[in-house]
Design a protein around this ligand. Structure first.
Ligand SMILES: [Zn+2]
Ligand SMILES: [Zn+2]
Length: 488
């Protein structure tokens, strides 16, 4: 059903379809907003249009969601919990699985999270724990399929104006006071995940195998998957033949899904560089070693990594997000600090970038007669998400059949990260897939594209997904995917 405004916007859009403008990169997946081609950069003149414009803004007839799921969505949305603090959320989901007849285990990752908090924060702040949930449903001989949802919200003050908007104030696991909001759509994920569990239980006669439903904490800090795996997710419970997850997309019309085959999301590394100088009076620079000057050269030289060292057909990012030094006009400081985010897909490129950062920092310091800088690559990194091509092709065929060809589209990978990748990084490399579910009303997407307006991205305080269509679509798509994978 196409509303008149959509039809009008569509016509405009078709005329201007060639000038798809790309949104800025963000740390979150799917952050490129109002972008006809979500993977493109301003320099990318590739003629490939991965998402047919007309199709993607047409409103698909979505069968109405189960009212109890919508109610649960609003409940979860108004009571968001931060990473490692998902006590109530995990409790709700565990109860729901239990009612459906799953064998349910809660508190996965407790020891790992406690140890981590003591190591990184010095103490376990109130409410911090490992809240992983695993539900197992055995239904005869067949493959084991793991379906994952994440549960955590973000330290963002909600400004959607929704009647069920969050007014929650809390504290992060490291002790920072903050308002809390489900600004990344994990509430959509949880609801569609539960809808899928219900659908698969209702259709038990149509599949054979073992269904493992997991609710993962702390995706936003990239540690929840690690915590669950460390607590024996693949040893204490049936080991999956397939892992699958979905993420809501802030630029894709609700009713549709999209996916990348192969690399889908990036390796995300954080690097801290401390440049040591020799402080002194700004008027007597010859008696000092100026760490700001060294740092400026490091920042400049780092630009060569992507432009001169990465194969032009690969993708990578080195962004210096913070450069801090000094306090006053006339004092040369003792040190300067750089905080850098590093993105890549394959591990070879990742190693090259990290080695290059170390080499450049060291080399520039030496060139200016400064002591050797400290370069710390954070050990908690988010590995790149690789969507197994064979699994992706199989699942997407089933989704096309269920949702209709026009509503399942391939898109380019993004440079955001997702810790879902950890589940596939086992010795036997379990085939995995993470796909996108449209989160914006089609008419909103059409209007925004026609006017050039930028829609709120994931992590925005005004991100309000079209949940009434995204939840049933996510449920339908995920159920179709699971039924297909159980056929093996
Ligand atoms: Zn996020
Ligand atoms: Zn997210």
């Amino acid at each position: 059903m196409l509303r008149p405004t959509v039809a009008f916007a569509l016509a405009t859009l078709l005329v201007t379809a060639g000038c798809g403008k790309s949104g800025g990169a963000d740390t979150s997946p799917g952050a490129e907003v109002n972008s006809v081609d979500p993977g493109s950069t301003p320099a990318d003149n590739s003629p490939t249009r991965l998402i047919p414009v007309a199709a993607s803004v047409t409103a698909r007839e979505v069968s109405p969601a189960d009212p109890s799921l919508l109610e649960l969505y609003r409940k979860l949305h108004s009571a968001p919990e931060l990473s490692f603090k998902e006590a109530e959320t995990s409790h709700i989901l565990a109860q729901e699985l239990q009612a459906l007849g799953f064998e349910v285990t809660t508190g996965l990752g407790q020891q790992w999270v406690t140890d981590k908090a003591i190591r990184d924060v010095g103490e376990v702040k109130p409410g911090v724990g490992g809240y992983g949930v695993v539900g197992v449903l055995r239904n005869g001989n067949g493959p084991t399929v793991l379906i994952r949802t994440d549960m955590d919200a973000l330290p963002v003050p909600e400004q959607t104006g929704l009647p069920f908007a969050s007014t929650v104030l809390s504290q992060t696991w490291t002790g920072v006071d903050s308002p809390v909001m489900h600004a990344c759509g994990h509430d959509v994920h949880m609801t569609a995940w539960l809808g899928t569990a219900r659908a698969l239980v209702a259709q038990k006669s149509k599949w054979k195998g073992t269904l493992v439903m997991i609710a993962q904490p702390a995706e936003e800090i990239g540690l929840g998957a690690e915590a669950m795996l460390a607590d024996g997710l693949f040893e204490r419970f049936p080991k999956p033949d397939y892992n699958i997850a979905l993420h809501v997309a802030a630029d894709l019309p609700s009713g549709s899904v999209s996916y990348a085959s192969g690399w889908a999301m990036a390796n995300v590394d954080s690097v801290d560089i401390t440049i040591h100088g020799k402080g002194g009076h700004g008027a007597y620079p010859h008696t000092t070693v100026d760490p700001i000057l060294v740092g400026a050269h490091v920042v400049t030289a780092l630009q060569s990594l992507v432009s001169r060292n990465v194969n032009p057909t690969d993708s990578a990012v080195v962004t210096v997000g913070s450069f801090k030094a000094g306090a006053k006009h006339n004092i040369i400081s003792d040190e300067a600090r750089l905080l850098i985010t590093v993105r890549s897909y394959d591990d070879k490129t990742r190693d090259m970038l990290l080695d290059g950062i170390r080499r450049i920092a060291k080399g520039q310091a030496e060139a200016f007669g400064a002591p050797e800088p400290d370069v710390v690559v954070e050990s908690d990194y988010t590995p790149a998400t690789y969507n197994d091509p064979a699994m992706t092709a199989k699942v997407m065929k089933a989704m096309r059949k269920t949702l209709g060809d026009a509503y399942v589209e391939e898109r380019k990978p993004v440079m955001g990260g997702e810790d879902f990748a950890n589940y596939s990084r086992t010795e036997d490399k379990i085939p995995s897939l993470l796909f996108w579910v449209g989160g914006v009303a089609p008419e909103r997407v059409a209007e925004a594209r026609a006017s050039g307006e930028t829609l709120p991205s994931l992590h925005s305080s005004t991100f309000a997904p079209d949940y009434e269509r995204a939840i049933p679509t996510g449920t339908e798509a995920m159920t179709a995917a699971a039924l297909e994978l159980f056929k093996d």
